[in-house]
Ligand binder design. Structure first.
Ligand SMILES: Cc1cc2nc3c(=O)[nH]c(=O)nc-3n(C[C@H](O)[C@H](O)[C@H](O)COP(=O)(O)OP(=O)(O)OC[C@H]3O[C@@H](n4cnc5c(N)ncnc54)[C@H](O)[C@@H]3O)c2cc1C
Length: 451
């Protein structure tokens, strides 16, 4: 009798765990997850709320601890240091070996370090892992021990770290290389609005400023940063949040094809038979549409996990992520994006933008459209919640920008008692486009016909 196929997954993040759960749903294969960070899967995106006191770390674990045994998913805590694909074996750093028939690499990302002098001092850290969360408790428990924090790198993780530290009233200086916050991703109006919002939260935002060096005290702990604008800023913690890159150093000698990440085809297969890669560490040979070849976001990790599970369970399917969307928070402003709205730096020559911003509140939207055909390309919203399924449908149906304006009320997900801004938005649109669009009343019938 053929022995049971053994699937081994490296990494217990959203990608690896989703793959395991779906393989279990689809088959009776033996499943082992090996991971170095924590015993159990937790929601990385919720780490900030633990430091801020909104939840305990245990509450970031979506599954009870008995779930894994009940579903016959073996959990091994350990760091994989080598893959021997000819013998189909893994070597752990405790010298144990683990054999596999099928291997899924789901090792996620690590915070970037760009070789700054002092980057490995005590008190210098990223915000990625459970260990980073623990380090924050040591380095910045309160404003008496941590008199100032410096954060280097303006992106989504940097602003989260700033919010965390501010929740304990720790003064924060935020060094951002760009001319305006996240202006490689956000269009100008939005990026400027976020600059204002950061400053209003008493975060000392310093644009166009680079880190040169981190200075050490006599005990090897960070005591100050030096910037390229000639300032020396005393601090007790330095947060390095200048992006992340795939966590793949241990694969250097493995024979698995690497670029910035583990190279995969549309089936998430690597160049070596029976080895797959998913989540933040996977790099598509060719990007899918406008997507980046490496997508370091939560839901794509989950989708890749579901996809690879099908393939491993004899239903070979391609990774097809559909229309791009994402959401995040900039302090207390919620941000959503559907389709493609590029920043000034990334804008396509055919891409036009319509931008509306509330005169007083930090609320705005940007709609991207094709200048010639007027096809709707994407929308960013700040402070207004939108319905994912409606925009997904409009993108699929290639609706034009006039249609979006006319039916904008259908897409609004804010509760009815929230202030609604469609009248103002459409008035500005009509003014700029010379149209006479009247917004249609919200129709639940239309909304649910698309659900
Ligand atoms: C603070 C923060 C906030 C975020 N917020 C958002 C958000 O709002 N929305 C969003 O879409 N995304 C967000 N992200 C990104 C999102 O969390 C990641 O895209 C996602 O967690 C990646 O999942 P993954 O399964 O690919 O990898 P990971 O979650 O990184 O899991 C990989 C695991 O593998 C382990 N591992 C690595 N190498 C080895 C090895 N050799 N041996 C054993 N184990 C190993 C790692 O320790 C890790 O536990 C955020 C990320 C951070 C850090």
């Amino acid at each position: 009798m053929k022995s049971m196929e053994k699937v081994v997954i490296i990494g217990n993040g959203i990608a690896g765990v989703t793959a395991a759960r779906h393989i279990r749903k689809l088959s009776d294969k033996s499943i082992t997850i090996i991971s170095a960070e924590t015993d159990y899967f937790f929601s990385r995106t919720a780490l900030m709320y633990v430091y801020m006191g909104h939840m305990k770390f245990e509450h970031t674990q979506p599954y009870e601890n008995w779930f894994w045994k009940k579903n016959r998913i073996d959990l091994v805590k350990g760091y994989v240091s080598k893959i021997n694909h000819t013998e189909k074996k893994l070597l752990l750093d405790n010298k144990k070996e683990v054999a596999y028939d099928k291997l899924i690499i789901a090792t996620g990302s690590k915070p970037n370090k760009f070789g700054w002098p002092g980057q490995d001092l005590d008190g210098v850290q990223g915000l990625y892992s459970k260990q980073d969360l623990d380090a924050m408790e040591t380095n910045a428990p309160n404003k008496d021990i941590c008199k100032r924090a410096v954060i280097v790198g303006g992106g989504l993780i940097g602003i989260e770290m700033a919010e965390m530290l501010r929740s304990r009233n720790i003064p924060v200086t935020f060094l951002v290389r760009e001319n305006s916050f996240w202006d490689g991703v956000l269009p100008k109006g939005e990026s400027q609005m976020i600059n204002e919002h950061i400053l209003e939260h008493h975060i000392n935002l310093r644009l166009k400023t680079n880190l040169v060096e981190i200075l050490s005290d006599e005990n090897g702990k960070a005591k100050a940063v030096v910037t390229d604008t000639g300032d020396t800023i005393a601090c007790d913690i330095v947060g390095l949040t200048a992006g992340v890159s795939p966590n793949i150093n241990f694969l250097k000698e493995s024979g698995i094809e690497l670029g910035r990440g583990v190279k995969v085809n549309r089936y998430l297969e690597t160049n070596i038979k029976d080895i797959y890669a998913i989540g933040d560490c996977a790099e598509q040979h060719e990007s899918i549409g406008n997507r980046r070849p490496i997508e370091a976001v939560w839901y794509t990790g989950r989708m890749m996990g579901e996809t690879v599970a099908q393939t491993i369970c004899d239903n070979k399917i391609q990774y097809k992520p559909g229309h791009w969307f994402n959401s995040a928070k900039f302090l207390d402003i919620e941000y959503q994006t559907y389709g493609w709205v590029f920043s000034e730096k990334g804008k396509k020559e055919y891409e036009g933008h319509f931008h509306w911003r509330h005169p007083k509140e930090k609320i705005c939207i940007t709609v991207a459209y094709h200048k010639e055909t007027k096809q709707f390309l994407g929308i960013n919203t700040f402070g207004i919640r939108m319905r994912h399924n409606i925009f997904d449908q409009w993108l699929t149906e290639e609706k034009n920008v006039y249609h979006i304006m006319e039916y904008l009320k259908d897409a609004n997900f804010d509760p009815e008692f929230y202030a609604q801004y469609e009248q103002e938005i459409i008035a500005k649109f009509n003014n700029e486009f010379g149209t006479i669009i009247a917004p249609k009343k919200k129709s639940w019938k239309r909304i649910f016909s698309k659900a």
